[in-house]
Design a protein around this ligand. Structure first.
Ligand code: SF4
Length: 392
């Protein structure tokens, strides 16, 4: 392990707004990487990443989300979903730099859960999440006013998916709610209905609906969709009062692409195929699938699957390709559920040049692309996260 040079903290300027063409600069969070971003064609990228990581030694801990590209995953000290990664980082207090190869809300969660001395870095600040960006703090505050005017705010419990900004997690903590992941959404909803009579589920309508209908036995009519772009969410006071689940109108642009036709098509193409999808998929896709579960569930299921079994997987393509390659020698046939390519484009912004730039900058004592959550937001977001950890 080498000794790092003194830190030169360089704020990253707001400049590059590729994702939404500056339509909503606050949520787009695009920036350009200052300094020398290596060219993707540089043949020495792998060697440079390895050398910079070695120079940093135990001071750096690289987290790789399941949906990340192989070229980046090879440098991850640990892989997993966003919550597992944040907890893994917190369990490594000696690591001063947590390089999060994921998206913005994941890095925020890591900053909330890690110690004050640990600095969380996102190799490309334009790696946002379209779903998280579908619920802004202002929109959610306005929604709460609508619920208050409808006379139901005191009986509504917010439940927010991990895939949300720190602001939304803090809103959830302030109003006595909980965070959930795709693994514990059922337990989170059961807990919430023990606290109140209605749930405001943010920001993924599909996970909320699928969990309510599939796991808790509610009907689709028990759910209404709150559209933040319409006055009053596009709902009448009566509709708001009658609903058990008030679902925020958000979705994952990756999982939202799978359709009932994808399921019918793969069943016709591959006789005997098992269809296994993520609960961020639409309700009709989940209803037509054989099994439904989080990324960790998908991995465990494929690990336990017998040789000769056939699977069509409805989740992000990088993960499916990796699983297909991993299990092919065991005689398990794994295919992607859709015929079209379905990468998480924002997650894929973290590529090898950005990782090399980040690691070399840190090794040179230059802190770049740090993600921080202000103390007030962190306090309330932590409340909601701790409530999730305390779920029965
Ligand atoms: S896969 Fe979907 S929810 Fe996950 S980071 Fe990408 S856009 Fe966001």
């Amino acid at each position: 392990m080498t000794t790092a040079q003194p830190l030169d903290v360089t704020p990253t300027p707001l400049a590059l707004l590729l994702l939404g063409r500056e339509a909503d600069p606050r949520s787009e969070r695009g920036v350009e990487c200052p300094g020398d971003l290596p060219s993707p064609s540089d043949p020495d990228l792998v060697a440079r990443a390895r050398a910079a990581k070695e120079r940093l030694g135990d001071k750096v801990f690289v987290l790789g989300h399941h949906y990340q590209r192989d070229e980046v995953i090879q440098f991850a000290d640990v892989t997993g979903d966003s919550f597992k990664l944040a907890r893994d980082a917190a369990a490594r207090p000696a690591a001063e730099y947590i390089v999060f190869c994921g998206v913005h809300f994941m890095a925020e969660s890591a900053d909330i859960l890690t110690g004050d001395a640990q600095k969380v870095v996102l190799p490309d600040l334009a790696a946002g999440c379209s779903m998280a960006d579908m619920a802004t703090a202002e929109q959610v505050a306005e929604c709460w006013d609508v619920l208050t005017d409808a006379g139901i705010a005191d009986r509504v419990v917010p439940v927010s998916y991990m895939n949300s900004s720190a602001d939304i997690k803090a809103f959830t903590g302030r109003h006595g709610g909980t965070i959930c992941t795709s693994s514990n959404a059922e337990r989170a909803l059961e807990w919430a209905f023990g606290q109140g009579e209605q749930v405001l589920f943010l920001p993924d309508q599909h996970l909320g609906r699928n969990t309510a209908v599939r796991d808790l036995g509610m009907s689709l009519d028990d759910c209404v969709v709150y559209n933040p772009h319409k006055p009053g969410g596009g709902l009448t006071t009566e509709e708001l009062r009658a609903a058990k689940m008030i679902l925020w109108r958000g979705h994952c642009s990756v999982h939202g692409r799978f359709s009932l036709e994808s399921v019918e098509d793969v069943r016709a193409r591959i006789p005997g195929v098992n269809v296994l999808v993520h609960p961020e998929c639409k309700n009709e896709v989940v209803a037509a699938a054989d099994q439904v579960g989080s990324t960790e569930y998908i991995i465990r299921t494929l690990e336990a699957a017998p040789a000769g079994s056939k699977w069509a997987i409805g989740t992000e393509l990088n993960l499916v390709q990796r699983l297909a390659n991993r299990f092919a020698p065991e005689g398990k046939e794994i295919t992607f559920l859709d015929r079209t390519v379905c990468f998480c484009s924002t997650m894929n912004r973290i590529d090898l040049p950005h990782l090399v730039w980040t690691l070399e900058s840190l090794a040179d004592g230059k802190l770049v692309n740090q993600i921080t959550v202000d103390p007030e937001t962190e306090r309330f977001a932590k409340l909601a996260l701790e409530q999730m950890l305390a779920l029965p």
